[in-house]
Design a protein around this ligand. Sequence first.
Ligand code: PMT
Length: 222
Amino acid sequence: SNGQSLAGKKVVVTAGGTREPLDPVRYLTNHSSGKMGFAVAEAAKNAGAEVTLIAANPLKTIPTDLHVIQVETASELLKTVKEQFRDADILVMAAAVADYRPATVADKKIKKTADNETMTLKLVRNPDILKEVSSIKKPGQFVTGFAAETNDLIANAEKKIKSKKLDLIVANDVSQAGIGFNADNNQVTFLFADGRKVKTPIESKQKIATKLISIISNEFQE
Ligand code: PMT
């Protein structure tokens, strides 16, 4: 597709990893750098889209040429995605969202005690943002998820495209060094709702993002 294939379209992209606080000084998170989501946001902008980037605690410097909203937790990400999705044409969820958060957040720093050699944390499920989005999705809106997997990549991604009612999923093997979390390169398989699959070579996240945006603009304009 051509350089301005998403002219006038609103594209919302999430990037980074959510942080789930435990007390004022500690949190649970993952290794997401934000690089993959930033590359998707830039590729959408290069295709002429009006881009909103929702960034959750990226390790990498946030691009300054985009409209950016920063969030910390999965709950904040959910609220912001729902607000931004309302008038969006396309959503790409590249953010790594914590499936669980601490059941309570201590208001003071948790202390170790002399007699406790172990500590058990109680976690509760976070909302599934893509499932909530699919329940408010209107005809014509296009939703892409990612699937970060260490095993059974395609089978797990196929389950996620169905359970989250997605138009497209980007299956990402995160067990291999040099691709996935915090790497400059990636290798993914694009899985379509009708079962088609396209596997990329190992290449830069920018190249993969450009392919993803080209696929989305083709599918979206059908
Ligand atoms: O940021 P980088 O360092 O560049 O790394 C890129 C990446 C590995 C983070 C990225 O390519 C990737 O795979 N992102 C998805 C990470 C993830 O949370 O995958 P998942 O398989 O756990 O979730 C599946 C999909 O559901 C994802 O689109 C996720 O955003 C979404 N999700 C997950 C949990 C949740 N509670 N709500 C969600 O919407």
